[in-house]
Design a protein around this ligand. Structure first.
Ligand code: NCD
Length: 300
């Protein structure tokens, strides 16, 4: 495996290797050593967790980091192309982690450079490292990945985390509920792929209808930055708010996940319940990103 660009590129065995490596790193059974290696982190779009957990992961493994957050102060402002920028970072680093607003940007970059490339989010397309840490979180909380009932709720149209996650889970015989406003439904191309793979899914608008059947409730933020018209965003921005009251009769093993940041789609009164798992989920991101860096750099 050279690059990590899309969940679609990964085999079931590769996904399992990421999960078992993250688990061994978390338990202290495995301590890969990346001393002397440099990670180039190119974040053209805003990021807190993905960027900082990748940096933490690299540093915990003994490696070094060079970083770009936005284009301010870089030669992109002078008109440098993405291809030229990454060909230069290629000379400075052993692995490139990139987030960019353009769908397909990470794949394109992987064709321009000689080091491994990790997609940390390309527009509304894919976010595979998030999906791997989501899988790890689901596995840790449910003790299994197969046969789970999972609702994905919120912005299923523009949310790259859910696009990646349904591919990641497609091999695990899930029962999916896709809950969204009609204007933010899961894209047709993804639903077509799921039908081809015989993955069981239903679409709806009301989380109340399904909440008591769920093992996982995966909540997402309405992706304001991807709306062409702000008026359309205003119409749906408060479509869902998960509150403590809503969780009264849920299954005891239910976990509420969210890639974060949340705006107001999970009320803070959920944070203290046993169902809230989003902050631990963010912590799992460090173990998973340690696994990703070690595997792509050939240290596992
Ligand atoms: C997500 C993203 O950037 O796609 N954040 C993250 O990486 N944890 C989700 C979001 O921004 O809503």
């Amino acid at each position: 495996m050279n690059h990590l660009i899309s969940m679609r590129d990964l085999t079931k065995a590769e996904i399992q290797q990421f999960i078992s490596t993250a688990a061994k790193i978390e338990k202290g059974e495995l301590q890969p050593d990346l001393t002397g290696r440099v990670m180039g982190a190119l974040f053209f779009e805003p990021s807190t967790r993905t960027h900082l957990s990748f940096e933490t992961a690299m540093k915990r493994l003994g490696g070094e980091v060079i970083s770009m957050s936005g284009t301010k102060g870089t030669s992109v402002e002078k008109g440098e192309t993405l291809a030229d920028t990454v060909k230069v970072i290629n000379q400075y680093s052993d692995i490139i982690v990139i987030r960019h607003a353009l769908e397909g940007a990470a794949r394109y970059v992987s064709e321009q450079v000689t080091v491994p490339v990790v997609n940390a989010g390309d527009g509304a397309n894919q976010h595979p490292t998030q999906s791997l840490l989501d899988l790890y979180s689901i596995y840790k909380t449910q003790n299994r990945l197969t046969g789970l009932t999972i609702a994905l709720i919120g912005d299923l149209k523009y949310g790259r985390t859910v696009h990646s996650l349904v591919h990641a889970l497609a091999h695990t015989q899930p029962k999916f509920y896709f809950i969204s406003p009609p204007s933010l439904q899961m894209p047709r191309y993804i639903k077509d792929e799921l039908r081809e793979m015989k993955v069981d899914f239903e679409e709806g608008e009301h989380v109340e209808d399904v909440i008591n059947q769920l093992d996982i409730l995966y909540v997402t933020r309405i992706q304001r930055e991807r709306f062409a018209d702000p008026v359309d965003y205003e119409r749906v921005k408060n479509a869902y708010v998960i509150s403590r009251a809503l969780l009264q009769n849920v299954k005891p093993n239910l976990k509420v996940l969210h890639p974060l940041p949340r705006v107001n789609e999970i009320s803070t009164d959920v944070d203290q319940t046993k169902y809230a798992y989003y902050f631990q989920q963010a912590k799992n991101g460090v173990f998973m990103r340690q696994a990703i860096l070690s595997i792509l750099l050939g240290e596992i």
